[in-house]
Design a protein around this ligand. Structure first.
Ligand SMILES: *Cc1c(COP(=O)(O)O)cnc(C)c1O
Length: 374
C-alpha cells in the first residue's frame, strides 16, 4: 500500500492574500476616490507621485498608464528615433524591446550572463556602433544588474541610460536604489509586480528637470497646462483609483520585499543540496527583492508537470528569449548569437513567490522537488 500523495493549491502569486491583509485601507481609498470623482490624474495621483519620489529621494516622479509606456516615453523624450540603435537584453518581457521599436529605433540584443541572467555587461561594447544612442538594462527578477559597469559604458560612449525597474521596486546596488543610476528609471505597477495596482499603472523617476517636464508633457497630450499643447503627445495617465491604492500599499513595500527575500533564502538553503537544479545567486552589496524566484533544470518541463500534479503552480520568465520571438524574426538571429539565453529559455522555472507564502508551503514545494529528482 502506498500513501496518498498530498495535493495543495499553491498559486504562483497570491494577490488575494495581500488584499485580505489590508482590505479596509484599500476599500476606504477606493471609496474616497469615487466619492470625490478624482478619476484621472488629480490630487490622489499627485500625492502618489510625491510619495514615490520622496521614497526614492529623487526630484521627479511622473506617473503614466503602465510600465511599457514608462519606457517608451522615456526613450522618445530623450530624442531616440528612426535611424538609432538601442542596446538591451535578450531575456526580458517584450515591453523592454517593443518600446525601442515604437520610437522608430532598432533594438540590439545582448546575451545574458550565466550566473545572474542579466545583460552581460562584458558583451555590450562589441554591440556599440555610431548609431547607438542608449542602453536599456533590466533589473530582472528583482535584482540589480551590473549597473555601475553599464553606467560607465554609457558615460564613455555618450549614451543615455534608461533602467527598466518593472521587477525591482526598491532593489539596491551598493546602497543606491536601482532607477537612480540612469537618466530615467521606469516602473510598472501591474497587479503582479512587487508594488502592484488593481489594474495598469506605471511611473518614471528622474532628477533631470528638463527631461521631467518633457515626460510629463508627452504623457498628457503634449500639454503642461490645459489646452496649451506645445507638442503632440499621447494619453498615458495614471488613474485616481490606482494612485490611491498604490499610496495605501506603499508603506508596506519594504516589509513585503523583506518577506520575499526571507522566503528566497529559505528556498536557497533547502534546495542547496539538490544537484540537478541551479538556484538563484544573490549579488553582494545589494538588496534583491525577489520579484521572481527562478531555478534552472534540464528537465524543466517534466518538473513543472510534476509540481502541477501536486498543486504547485509555477511560471516561466520567459519561455522564448526576445531575439527568438516571431516578432524579431526579421533580425535573423541564430541560437549561437545568444547561447546563454537560448539554452536557459528551456531551463528556467519560477517557483511560487509572494510575501504571504508560508514556511509550510515552502517545505511542501521543496519536498516535491526532491521527490521528483528522487
Ligand atoms: C512588467 C514589465 C514591464 C511592463 O510593464 P506593464 O506595466 O505591464 O506595461 C516592462 N518590463 C519588464 C521587465 C516587466 O517585467
Amino acid at each position: 500500500m502506498t500513501d496518498a500523495v498530498e495535493k495543495r493549491d499553491i498559486p504562483l502569486v497570491n494577490l488575494k492574500a495581500q488584499y485580505r491583509s489590508m482590505s479596509s485601507e484599500i476599500d476606504q481609498a477606493v471609496k474616497t476616490v469615487i466619492y470625490e470623482t478624482a478619476f484621472v490624474r488629480g490630487k490622489y495621483v499627485e500625492s502618489f507621485e510625491r510619495a514615490y519620489a520622496g521614497e526614492y529621494g529623487v526630484k521627479h516622479c511622473i506617473s503614466v498608464a503602465n510600465g511599457t509606456d514608462a519606457i517608451y516615453i522615456s526613450l522618445k523624450m530623450l530624442g531616440i528615433g528612426p535611424g538609432d540603435e538601442v542596446i538591451t537584453v535578450a531575456n526580458s518581457w517584450i515591453s523592454t524591446s517593443e518600446t525601442i521599436t515604437q520610437t522608430g529605433a532598432r533594438p540590439v540584443f545582448v546575451d545574458i550572463d550565466p550566473d545572474y541572467y542579466h545583460i552581460d555587461a562584458s558583451k555590450i561594447e562589441e554591440k556599440i556602433t555610431p548609431r547607438t544612442k542608449a542602453i536599456v538594462p533590466v533589473h530582472l527578477y528583482g535584482q540589480s544588474c551590473e549597473i555601475v559597469k553599464i553606467k560607465n559604458i554609457c558615460e564613455k560612449h555618450n549614451l543615455f541610460l534608461v533602467e527598466d525597474c518593472a521587477q525591482a521596486h526598491f532593489a539596491e546596488h551598493n546602497g543606491q536604489r536601482v532607477g537612480t543610476f540612469g537618466n530615467a528609471g521606469t516602473f510598472s505597477f501591474y497587479p503582479g509586480k512587487n508594488l502592484g495596482a488593481y489594474g495598469d499603472a506605471g511611473a518614471i523617476i528622474t532628477n533631470d528637470d528638463d527631461l521631467a517636464q518633457k515626460l510629463r508633457m508627452y504623457a498628457n497630450h503634449g500639454a503642461i497646462t490645459k489646452h496649451d499643447h506645445l507638442i503632440e503627445g499621447i494619453n498615458s495617465r495614471m488613474d485616481g483609483l490606482q494612485a490611491a491604492i498604490l499610496t495605501a500599499k506603499l508603506p508596506h513595500i519594504y516589509e513585503w520585499n523583506r518577506k520575499r527575500y526571507e522566503h528566497a533564502l529559505a528556498f536557497n538553503k533547502l534546495l542547496a543540496d539538490v544537484k540537478d537544479i541551479a538556484i538563484p545567486q544573490v549579488r553582494e552589496n545589494g538588496i534583491h527583492i525577489f520579484h521572481i524566484y527562478a531555478i534552472r533544470s534540464e528537465r524543466r518541463d517534466e518538473l513543472q508537470k510534476f509540481l502541477q500534479g501536486r498543486g504547485i503552480n509555477t511560471g516561466i520568465h520567459y519561455p522564448v528569449a526576445l531575439p527568438y520571438m516571431t516578432a524579431y524574426k526579421y533580425l535573423g538571429h541564430s541560437p549561437d548569437d545568444f547561447p546563454v539565453a537560448y539554452t536557459y529559455q528551456k531551463q528556467i522555472l519560477s517557483l511560487p513567490m509572494y510575501p504571504e507564502l508560508t514556511t509550510d508551503d515552502i517545505d511542501f514545494i521543496v519536498k516535491a522537488i526532491k521527490d521528483f529528482f528522487g
